[in-house]
Design a protein around this ligand. Structure first.
Ligand code: ADP
Ligand code: MG
Length: 476
């Protein structure tokens, strides 16, 4: 624990899901084959012109609303000029003057408390191509050139690595729930720049910030922040705070440290100006209203509903809203009439464990909610025991066959009181010695009698009724 207050601001880039790229008609989908999703615009051939993909603008505006930002009156873009081999045009089309959202805020849940995160702005832009540096050559893959990116910039208002990761995790889920992005960090769809500074807890002004560029996993964001807070604190402790300078660093995964890349003095002047190839157009109120209406229920609201309406524990509700697929599955179970707690229990225990063991997603999971319901219904009716229900669950997944096909008459529990009485009477008649012992105080023999009934019925006697009858006969 550092004695200083840490201050963190994030710049989160997220690739949007869309049919086409943001300014060209090339497909926007990940491909292993380099340069397979490319049209002339993406390679900046002379004479080609960009066209705005309205689907991307719509998704960007939706996120602006979810973050409680102000939306602009007009939609237009800016040119950010710089030269780099992954940027064939010599500029990136982005938004600087009037982004899709400014001055927002969102409440996130950290470990046991809520935190309001202030959003500086959110803007729509295009991604650059990707470079593959080999031993003596570098290859360019234009598949990523022109992929829609949404960049979200927070105010410097986060105060720990935990809060930073909680924010990113919250946003990742929101992107998925709104179907705005797959937001898969493993596919590099989320990348972050992390700004870190420290200050005395009673100081009025923020300290000098260091920017760590292009971190591609939340684990690395966490480690980079911890490392940077320690590095800056140690310098400050040693009276060398002047050595903390405005600079850009990168996170080195191998050593778990941050390494100097360039100082602010080398900062590039991007010579921003309004992108002349994309006409400015008015965003109508009716379109904004339509987008607002289409915002789905977000994880936080869903979680509250699960707790207050369905009586789930906070713990279970948290697990279920973690992935949209889980939440959708759960809600389908409930809408089919399954008991909410039973459904939650199957999902959070058996199903999630099964998915992780077999490295599957819920979409690929064979037992759809209606199958699970069939199974649970049989258990509720008493046709099968809870142990049998679990066995059938696994068998059915193994063979991709409906649970129904494993449920036979033979499995049915014996719930008929008369039939059970007959069996129990025979057993008691054959165990006179044990009855005497029981009556003389050896009450734990009760389980022995239950065991005898189970043995006789090969486990099919309904345990509740069996115990009732036994108690009645032995105690009276
Ligand atoms: P720059 O001019 O270097 O681009 P900005 O003020 O635009 O800096 O902020 C960029 C990012 O850095 C934002 O996410 C912001 O929250 C964060 N930031 C700004 N100042 C600080 C600071 N003192 N400590 C930590 N983060 C900061
Ligand atoms: Mg930026």
């Amino acid at each position: 624990m550092s004695k200083y207050k840490a201050v963190i601001g994030l710049e989160m880039h997220c690739e949007l899901k869309s049919n086409a790229k943001v300014f060209s008609s090339a497909r926007n989908s990940y491909s292993e084959i380099a340069n397979s999703n490319v049209v002339a615009v993406d390679m900046a051939f002379p004479g080609t012109l960009p066209v705005v993909n309205v689907e991307c603008v719509r998704k960007a505006l939706m996120m602006s609303m979810v973050l409680n930002c102000k939306q602009p009156e007009y939609m237009y873009f800016d040119r950010k000029n710089y030269y780099y081999p992954d940027l064939p045009k010599g500029y990136q089309i982005t938004q600087m003057h009037d982004p899709v959202g400014v001055d927002g805020h969102i409440t996130i849940e950290c470990d046991g408390y809520d935190k309001e995160v202030l959003i500086h702005d959110i803007h729509l832009e295009e991604d650059a191509a990707s470079l593959d540096h080999l031993y003596d050559v570098s290859l360019i893959d234009y598949n990523r050139a022109g992929v829609p990116l949404l960049e979200l910039v927070t105010e410097p208002c986060l105060n720990s690595a935990e809060e930073a990761v909680a924010f990113l995790e919250t946003m990742r889920r929101i992107y998925q729930y709104c179907d705005v992005s797959e937001a898969d960090t493993k596919k590099g769809q989320i990348r972050c720049d992390v700004n870190v500074s420290i200050m005395d807890s009673d100081a009025k002004e923020l300290g000098t910030k260091v920017e760590i560029k292009n971190i591609n996993s939340f684990g690395n964001v966490y480690d980079a922040i911890i490392y940077e807070i320690n590095r800056q604190s140690e310098l400050k402790d040693a009276g060398r705070y002047n050595e903390v300078v405005q600079e850009t660093r990168r996170f080195d995964e191998e050593s778990g440290t941050t390494i100097h890349m360039r100082s602010k003095v080398d900062a590039i002047d991007y010579k921003y100006f309004v992108e002349p190839n994309l006409p400015k157009y008015k965003i109508t109120q009716s379109w904004l209203e339509e987008i607002r209406k289409s915002i789905p229920t977000l994880p936080r609201e869903r979680k509250n509903k699960y707790i207050t309406e369905f009586g789930l524990s906070e713990y279970d509700a948290n697990i279920i809203v973690k992935e949209k697929d889980y939440a959708d599955y759960f809600e389908e179970c409930v809408s089919l009439g399954m008991d909410a707690k039973t459904a939650a229990n199957w999902l959070t225990v058996q199903i999630i464990a099964y998915l992780s063991k077999h490295d599957l997603t819920l979409k690929e999971f064979y037992l759809k909610p209606r199958f699970l319901k069939e199974l649970i219904d049989e258990q509720v009716k008493g046709t099968i025991s809870s142990k049998q229900a679990k066995e059938i669950f696994y068998k059915s997944l193994e063979d991709n066959k409906e649970p129904k096909s494993y449920i036979s008459k033979d499995m049915a529990q014996i719930t008929d009181r008369g039939e059970l009485e007959k069996i129990i009477t025979t057993i008691l008649n054959n165990n006179q010695a044990q009855i005497t012992e029981y009556k003389n105080g050896k009450t734990n023999l009760f389980d022995y009698f239950v065991g005898q009934v189970m043995k006789e019925t090969r486990g099919k006697a309904n345990p509740v009724i069996t115990k009732e009858i036994l108690k009645d006969k032995l105690d009276n």
